[in-house]
Design a protein around this ligand. Sequence first.
Ligand code: ATP
Length: 287
Amino acid sequence: MTTNAIEVENLTYQYGELVAVDHISFEVREGEILGFLGPNGAGKSTTVKMLTGQLMPRSGKAFVLGTDVTRYPKQVQAQIGICFEITNLYEKMSAIENLKLFARLFGMQDFDAEALLQRVGLGGRGRDLVERYSKGMKQRLMVARALVNRPSILFLDEPTDGLDPVSSEAIRNIILEERERGATVFLTTHDMHEADKLADRVAFINQGKIVALDSPHALKQRYGKRALKAEVALPDGSLVSREILLDHQNTAQVVSKLFSEEQVVTLHSEEATLEDIFIHLTGRGLA
Ligand code: ATP
């Protein structure tokens, strides 16, 4: 039986008159990577803040690792790791000092900062002051800091936003390693490729509401259009594309006509992207 790491019911948050998170309900299964996908201002960070005990919901329930986070935030915080968009590292301290300070806050003995830095690709740079780190290095350090207490749930808010491909890949690999270790990962992003690559399931959030939640594969099956795309050469040498819808009563004839009457140069199946599905469901893109 799968147990849930997070259970949310009718969770709502308002900033004054603005309803930022609007009665959302969902579960995150233990050991899964849940991609929380939505455009700027959709309510992703506000949701994470409520789930990590940093904001008190206006109404609704949030159980994290079986504990009501609104009542026992400290108990939850001891078991989770949080990496937020905005860097809040001690710039005048070294990376090792930053990690050790954090380990002390968790009351951890025998903490090996070097080994953790090695894991995030910062081996050998641990004694440098953080102010001398690049943005990608700081972001890796933030991820390392979120791992200090070997969390059962890792909350990552846009962890690869604005990073170079090498740093992004390093962080994605850590996310996968953490799932291997058995951790649950709550990953907010507006990068649909990242969500598609990493997430076991994705939740689409728009204007504070969850509009879909399922595996990327199931969403594509449900909302995507099944089609073939052919590139054909015309007699004058120019190339044009043809789209052939599958599951249509004429599909077989259209495919047969294509091959008998036209010069097919390339043929591939078209699959809806998460972005296409998001637009289909909300009328707006993720960017
Ligand atoms: P982004 O991808 O840009 O980080 P998000 O999906 O995380 O966006 P939130 O930061 O949760 O979105 O914001 C949701 C809504 O709440 C937005 O309309 C935002 O302007 C508003 N909001 C967020 N923080 C505050 C605040 N401190 N005071 C007032 N309004 C806020």
